[in-house]
Design a protein around this ligand. Structure first.
Ligand code: GLU
Length: 460
């Protein structure tokens, strides 16, 4: 059997992290088996679909690197002839019919079923073909035998055997008109014509599956293998939503690397032999039967950690391009070692721009302006004659300055903060930064001295 999977997003919103994760699983499964992965845009719901969302989804998948094998993107809106042909066939064979019940009639039926504690569904009493010339409300439904207590079931690769009672499904609808197909029908017509072997999708579609199986049966086609993966939940075990933070892939693009997102998403329902791996490495290990049934929990901290691992591997050129700044090469490792998110690189802008800060920040806790000024002057004097900086030499200088100033103000022992703190602020403008010795090494003698002298002026 040729393995062919598909992702069939509806362009009714931006590319959601859950959709991206299911796309990844379809991609991994197809690649594992040397099969094909198809992208199809399910845009038959004209009111809710938009070109803008379609573009967002396509752009997002491209950015992630989840490439599809169909040269042109399939769109349901461009396949109406196919649906019409299938619908006419079903109507001609009496396997589908036109129903003329009004919305009010359907509502009354539903209310009565609720009173009787029955499953709400439509059991149609007037089944028409060809369509009556009433001009009123009409819809095409499947001729399900509602009296049957036959079970409609399948072996779900992820969840095991699942079954529903046919009689509880009612005469569900297929299309509003010959050229207005509804989801369950269009999806089956597409999966048949595109020869999809495995449908991997979210568990929210489980209740659609028995309906789709009945449509396969009516069309005389063999259904694909189904696998329903769990939804993604927030740490509070509620379905992932805006409340938990960003949910669309486009919101992640400024802060995260696509490889990191893929790596992270790969673990939302599967366990690999090690933690950091490319999509190709994931594809090698991926096994649909081992996808977890239990809920996948979205852990932002884990995502940040995975992202930091990929940032460390960035080349200087790529980091500069992503941050959009001319970062000096010598500063690159200092930054990549510390970043969890790309945009946090802005916190290190003192490495390529002169920092701004208030004079008060220079003063080490519990000490005076004069002590700080004295320490900075001593540092400047010690650094000025040096030809180059070495870490050991810088430490010796700073320790000596701290010892001198501490002795002068009669502290019982040396307070190293007296030298290290003002140097940190002079070089970074921040309370928190990498070690000031490391900063001085990266900035080099000229800039370091310039900033220390600048700090002396600021403290006045
Ligand atoms: N258009 C459907 C959705 O976005 C596709 C479901 C399926 O994979 O069958 O949920």
């Amino acid at each position: 059997m040729k393995i062919r999977t598909r992702m069939a997003p509806s362009p009714t919103g931006n590319l959601h992290i859950g959709t991206a994760r299911t796309t990844l699983f379809n991609w991994l499964f197809a690649r594992h088996h040397g099969g094909e992965f198809i992208l199809r845009i399910e845009d038959t719901d004209l009111e809710r679909s938009s070109k803008e969302y379609e573009e967002n989804i396509i752009e997002g998948l491209k950015w992630l690197g989840l490439n599809w094998d169909n040269p042109e993107i399939y769109r349901q809106s461009e396949r109406l002839d196919i649906y019409e042909e299938y619908l006419v066939k079903l109507l001609d064979q009496g396997k589908a019919f036109w129903c003329y019940h009004t919305k009010d009639e359907l509502e009354d039926e539903r209310k009565q079923q609720v009173v009787n504690k029955e499953a709400p569904r439509h059991i149609c009493s007037h089944k028409h073909h060809p369509p009556a010339e009433t001009g009123g409300e009409k819809i095409i439904r499947l001729a399900v035998n509602s009296q049957l207590d036959r079970k409609i079931g399948w072996e779900d690769v992820i969840r095991g055997h699942i079954e529903f009672e046919e009689g509880l499904l009612g005469n569900f609808s297929l299309a509003k008109d010959l050229r207005i197909p509804l989801y369950n029908f269009a999806v089956v017509a597409d999966d048949i014509t595109m020869e999809i072997s495995h449908v991997i999708r979210g568990e929210d579609h489980i209740s659609n599956t028995p309906k789709q199986l009945l449509i396969y049966e009516a069309l005389g086609a063999k259904p694909p293998v189904f696998a329903h993966n769990s939804m993604i939940y927030g740490p509070d075990k509620a379905k992932l939503s805006k409340r938990h933070g960003a949910t669309s892939i486009s919101e992640y693009r400024k802060d995260y690397l696509p490889e990191a997102i893929l790596n992270f998403m790969g673990f939302l329902g599967f366990t690999y032999s090690h933690e950091i791996l490319s999509k190709e490495e994931m594809a090698k290990e991926f096994d649909l039967a081992k996808v977890h049934k239990s809920a996948a929990i979205f852990d932002q901290k884990k995502l940040n950690w995975v992202n930091s691992r990929y940032i460390k591997k960035l080349s200087a050129a790529d980091l500069k391009k992503l941050v959009g700044k001319e970062i000096p090469d010598i500063a690159i490792p200092l930054i990549t070692e510390r970043l969890e998110k790309i945009s946090d690189a802005g916190d290190f802008n003192y490495l390529w721009e002169k920092p701004e800060y208030e004079a008060a920040l220079l003063i080490w806790r519990g000490h005076s302006r004069e002590d700080t000024k004295l320490a900075l002057e001593k540092i400047a004097r010690a650094l000025a004659p040096l030809d180059f900086f070495s870490p050991d030499q810088l430490k010796i200088i700073l320790d000596e300055v701290a010892a001198d100033v501490s002795a002068k103000i009669q502290l019982p022992k040396t307070d190293r903060g007296l030298a290290y703190w003002p140097l940190r602020v002079a070089l970074s403008g921040h309370e928190k930064s990498p070690d000031p010795v490391e900063l001085a090494l990266v900035l080099g003698k000229e800039k370091t001295l310039e900033r220390v002298v600048g700090a002396i002026e600021i403290i006045g």
